[in-house]
Design a protein around this ligand. Structure first.
Ligand SMILES: Cc1cc2nc3c(=O)[nH]c(=O)nc-3n(C[C@H](O)[C@H](O)[C@H](O)COP(=O)(O)O)c2cc1C
Length: 192
């Protein structure tokens, strides 16, 4: 079982990276193979609705997006995390979401992969951000799971300075529980 984490934070070593690492460490302890990738330093151009992908089955931009999609397509479970920028995902993450149509132009699908979402904000914007990530996954027919209980929509993390999440045991516990939940969900979907 392969679980992929995608950190949507342009800031390396920040709270989003840490929370995803914690989720993945927990998934690994449950027996999963794990990998964390980051959008930091990657080139991710926005979709221009040019329809190049309709004819060519690839984007006209030869940037880092297809490599990210290839890793998603190879995973059984995907946890997407993003810091909140002005109440929603950073522009790089939105561009990654918008470029998704190239996958189905290629006849490929994320259907029935287990997905989970994490939003990291100082004070506000978690719900919009989680809705963007969950909306992406649900649109792609993924099976989205959350922690259950409170909060019910993805994992909301309150953090601002680099080590805030690391220093909060409640956040670490939620992250570990999300890792376990993803592995349990993949097992349930695959019936193994
Ligand atoms: C451009 C920018 C916009 C931000 N907008 C918000 C916001 O709308 N709401 C909020 O609570 N925090 C906001 N923040 C704070 C970040 O969400 C917070 O610092 C978070 O920990 C960043 O994640 P990281 O540690 O992974 O970089 C913003 C930060 C930046 C750089």
């Amino acid at each position: 079982m392969k679980i992929l984490g995608i950190s949507g934070s342009p800031r390396r070593g920040g709270n989003t990276d840490f929370v995803l690492e914690e989720v993945l460490r927990s998934a690994e302890a449950e027996g999963a193979d794990i990998e964390l990738i980051s959008i930091a330093g990657k080139t991710i151009y926005p979709c221009e609705a040019c329809e190049f992908c309709a004819e060519n089955k690839r984007c006209k931009h030869d940037d880092d997006v297809q490599g990210i999609y290839d890793k998603m397509l190879a995973a059984d479970g995907i946890v997407m995390g993003a810091p909140v920028y002005f109440g929603n995902v950073p522009s790089q993450v939105k561009a990654l979401i918008d470029r998704e149509r190239v996958i189905w132009r290629q006849g490929k699908s994320l259907e029935n992969k287990v997905g989970a979402s994490v939003a990291v904000a100082w004070k506000w914007g978690h719900f919009n951000t989680l809705a963007s990530l969950d909306g992406f996954m649900l649109t792609n027919k993924m099976m989205v799971v959350g922690l259950g209980g409170v909060p019910g929509l993805g994992l909301m993390v309150y953090a601002q300075k680099k080590d805030d999440a690391k220093n909060d045991e409640g956040t670490r516990e939620n992250a570990r529980n999300l890792g376990k939940r993803i592995v349990a969900a993949v097992k349930a979907v695959r019936k193994d």
